[in-house]
Ligand binder design. Structure first.
Ligand SMILES: *[C@@H]1O[C@H](CO)[C@@H](O)[C@H](O)[C@H]1NC(C)=O
Length: 221
C-alpha cells in the first residue's frame, strides 16, 4: 500500500516536471511576448482566393497588410537547423498523458524547420518589426495561401511575410506571429533580417525584410 502511494507520488512529480519544461519552451522567443499555442500549416484543398490578412481594430494607421509573391531566390545551403526550443510542434492541452508529451517532443525534434539571418538596409528599425509582431499576434485570423503567394504585414521600415512555397496551405496569424517572434530573437536582435523555412510539406517561409524588398523563396519543393 505504501509502495503504491510512493509510485503515484513519483509519477505525479514526473508529469509536473515534464509540463514545466514544455511550458518554459513555449515561453521562448524574444522573451518579451507570449507565444501562441497553435497548429502548424496544413495542406488545403479548398477553393483559394488570396486576401489581405485582417488588422486588429486598434492597429496603428501605418500598419498595413496585403498579399505578394515570393520572388527573391535565396540559396538554401545557407540555412541552419532551427533550435528545438523555437519549433511549434503543434497544439497541446495542459495535462497531456506521458506518451503524448513524448510524442510532441519527438515531433519537435523531427520537424524540418531551418533559418538564416542576413544583412539588410541599415535604416531598418527593429522597433518597427516589433510593432508588426504585436499586431500579427493580435489579429486572430485564419488564412489560405496559394503556392508562391505571400501575406505581408508592414509598419514603416519593416516588412513581415509568410509565403507558401509549393502548394496551397492553411495557416493562422498565431502561427505566423510565433515565427516572426523567433526571427526577432535570432536575427533582429543581432541587427540582421532573416527567414524561417519549413521544409516539411506544405513548405513555407516566414520572416522579415526591409520595407518593399523582394520576398525570399527557397528551392525546397
Ligand atoms: C549555393 O551555395 C553553395 C555553397 O556556398 C554553392 O556551392 C552553390 O553553387 C550555391 N547555389 C546557388 C544556386 O547559388
Amino acid at each position: 500500500m505504501k509502495l503504491l502511494f510512493l509510485l503515484t507520488l513519483l509519477i505525479g512529480f514526473a508529469l509536473a516536471l515534464e509540463t514545466a519544461v514544455l511550458e518554459e519552451r513555449q515561453g521562448r522567443g524574444s522573451g518579451k511576448r507570449q507565444r501562441k499555442k497553435t497548429y502548424r500549416p496544413k495542406k488545403s484543398t479548398g477553393v483559394a482566393t488570396a486576401r489581405a490578412p485582417n488588422k486588429p481594430r486598434n492597429a496603428p494607421s501605418d500598419y498595413k497588410t496585403g498579399t505578394g509573391r515570393a520572388s527573391s531566390k535565396r540559396n538554401k545551403s545557407a540555412l541552419k537547423k532551427l533550435p528545438a526550443d523555437y519549433i511549434d510542434a503543434g497544439m497541446r492541452r495542459r495535462w497531456e498523458s506521458w506518451q503524448t508529451l513524448r510524442r510532441l517532443r519527438r515531433q519537435a525534434a523531427n520537424t524540418n524547420d531551418f533559418y538564416e539571418c542576413y544583412n539588410t538596409n541599415s535604416a531598418l528599425k527593429v522597433a518597427d518589426c516589433q510593432t508588426v509582431i504585436d499586431q500579427v499576434l493580435e489579429s486572430n485570423d485564419e488564412l489560405i495561401v496559394t503556392a508562391n503567394s505571400c501575406l505581408v504585414f508592414s509598419f514603416r521600415t519593416c516588412q513581415g511575410f509568410f509565403c507558401s512555397l509549393c502548394q496551397t496551405l492553411g495557416t493562422s496569424t498565431d502561427f505566423i506571429g510565433n515565427q516572426l517572434d523567433t526571427i526577432d530573437a535570432l536575427c533582429l536582435e543581432g541587427g540582421q533580417v532573416g527567414s524561417i523555412v519549413g521544409q516539411d510539406p506544405p513548405q513555407w517561409d516566414a520572416g522579415f525584410t526591409y520595407i518593399n524588398d523582394g520576398l525570399p523563396t527557397y528551392d525546397v519543393c
